[in-house]
Design a protein around this ligand. Structure first.
Ligand code: MN
Length: 250
């Protein structure tokens, strides 16, 4: 099995090394193509207005001066000779990609990009409250089994799998749950500051808070210390509204 590893936290992120480590438990044909810099929040963006460079680190590893989607694109079209990868693993992200995080996530978008190319893809995120060290051991312990079980079960074309590991020690994980995308109370906050020359700048931060859980959601599962496994699809159509508007607009 040929596996491509990527992420949105960047080539130097500890989660990428952890993901590569567990991928080597599954195969010895591992390729790494990841962004030079932290691209968290990059969503499914492509670099279109500036050149993209791929810096070769070794035979099977590159750092790309672009987004997670750029990385997958370059990997599949250019950097990996011979057969396409059989699987793309995006992660481990530092922090969960739960609920509406999914629409901002570069981690999930890299898996989307692979899915557009027909390559099965799994996004992997280690939840953390960002106050202490990230519990990489939890993702490292449980990911190989989860990935093997997912590959055995299989999933359709145009679907990707979003996996989140709970922010507890490996032996505190309460099994896994197949979930739907949840929802938090939305919101971002702007931290308004001044630079040393007196000019205003802003720092965007998340201000989302928990709301009553959507039943069966990724957030609910993580709240129960379960591994949340959410199948996502690329078709963003809202079918009920499609039918209703179709009827209303004739
Ligand atoms: Mn990230």
């Amino acid at each position: 099995m040929r596996i491509l590893i990527t992420n949105d936290d960047g080539i130097h992120a500890p989660g990428l090394a952890a993901c590569e480590k567990i991928a080597r438990e599954l195969s010895d044909d591992i390729w790494v193509v990841a962004p030079e810099a932290d691209n968290s929040g990059a969503s499914h963006s492509l670099t279109l207005a500036t050149p993209v460079r791929a810096r070769r680190l070794n035979d099977r590893a590159y750092a790309v001066s672009g987004t997670p989607s750029d990385c997958v694109l370059l990997a599949l079209l250019e950097l990996i000779p011979g057969p396409r990868p059989d699987l793309v693993l995006s992660g481990f992200n530092r922090g969960g990609n739960l609920g509406e995080d999914i629409t901002y996530s570069g981690t999930v978008a890299a898996a989307m990009e692979a899915t557009l190319f027909g390559v099965p893809a799994i996004a992997l995120s280690q939840d953390t409250d960002h106050t202490g060290p990230t519990r990489w051991a939890t993702a490292e312990t449980h990911a190989p089994g989860v990935i093997r079980r997912l590959l055995d079960a299989g999933w359709p074309d145009n679907v990707l799998i979003n996996v989140n590991f709970p922010d507890v020690d490996p032996d505190q994980v309460a099994g896994l749950a197949v979930t739907r995308q949840g929802r938090r109370k939305p919101g971002s906050k702007l931290d308004k500051r001044q630079d040393p020359r007196g000019r205003t700048y802003y720092w965007i931060d998340s201000a989302r808070t928990e709301v009553p859980m959507v039943e069966g959601s990724d957030l609910e599962a993580i709240g129960r210390n379960q591994i949340a496994i959410t199948p996502l699809h690329l078709d963003l159509t809202h079918h009920d509204t499609c039918r209703a508007l179709g009827a209303a607009l004739g």
